[in-house]
Design a protein around this ligand. Structure first.
Ligand code: GTP
Ligand code: MG
Length: 220
């Protein structure tokens, strides 16, 4: 099969509570830039980046959604056609971590992936630059669901094991480990693509000969 000569576009969508750093993570990965200024995403942004994986170049289309409730319902049709979903939380906020279960369910309902049981999720804990998290506050978070407490790596990994997701953590601010989650999303997305798109069409979908880096905005 001529994988090397064919441009494949993989869609990865970033979801999670407002302020966890979805836009920052994406901007760090695609443009290597970061700002402390917070500007809530309105609608959806997406960016395409050429990624080399296992000797092939694929176009990774990263969709950055709005975490605010006001725009959530607008974002849901955009979940469709995703090859991987990245669930982002803030490691200093147990509230943002607990919300991932809701985001995951929402994705599976609205995104309508084929074989939802085996749909690939990557979980990313952002803002690891913000102090010590291993302080044993995990159990307290269950009793204080509305208080932002730190989330330990152990707790995050435990949940990821339960749902069969890959776990990564890092900091968009300090540029710590921002590439690995996207490479994993590309790898898992490619597997998903081969399993479902290829099974359905029998061939690779040719989207563009030369993957180009593009940024688009949709405020629908
Ligand atoms: P919505 O668009 O509202 O859904 O938010 P978002 O998830 O895209 O968050 P955004 O990337 O806009 O970041 C929110 C705030 O967190 C901004 O002030 C960022 O500068 C800050 N921030 C993002 N990543 C980090 C990080 O790794 N460390 C620290 N300390 N701050 C960060
Ligand atoms: Mg944003």
């Amino acid at each position: 099969m001529g994988e090397e000569n064919t441009a494949v576009t993989l869609k990865t969508i970033l979801i999670g509570n407002s302020g966890v750093g979805k836009s920052s993570v994406m901007n760090r990965y695609v443009d290597n830039r970061f700002t402390n200024m917070y500007r809530a995403t309105i609608g959806t942004d997406f960016f395409s980046k050429a990624v080399r994986i296992n000797g092939n170049t694929v176009t990774l289309q990263i969709w950055d959604t709005a975490g605010t409730e006001r725009f959530q319902s607008l974002g849901t049709p955009l979940y469709r056609g995703s090859h991987c979903c990245m669930l982002v939380f803030d490691v200093t906020s147990s509230t943002s971590f607990s919300a991932l279960e809701m985001w995951r369910k929402e994705f599976l309902v609205q995104g309508e992936p084929q074989d939802p049981e085996n749909f690939p999720f990557v979980v990313l804990g952002n803002k690891t630059d913000l102090g010590n998290r291993e302080v044993g506050l995990d159990s307290l978070a269950d009793f204080l669901p509305f208080v932002h407490l730190p989330v330990s790596r152990r707790k995050a990994m435990q949940w990821c094991e339960e749902i069969g997701a890959e776990y990564f953590e890092g900091s968009a601010k300090e540029d710590l480990d921002m590439e690995k989650p996207f490479l994993k999303a590309t790898e898992l997305g490619l597997q998903q693509y081969k399993k479902h798109t290829l099974e359905n069409t029998g061939h690779f979908q040719i989207t563009c000969e030369q993957p180009r880096e593009t940024r688009n905005t949709c405020e629908c």
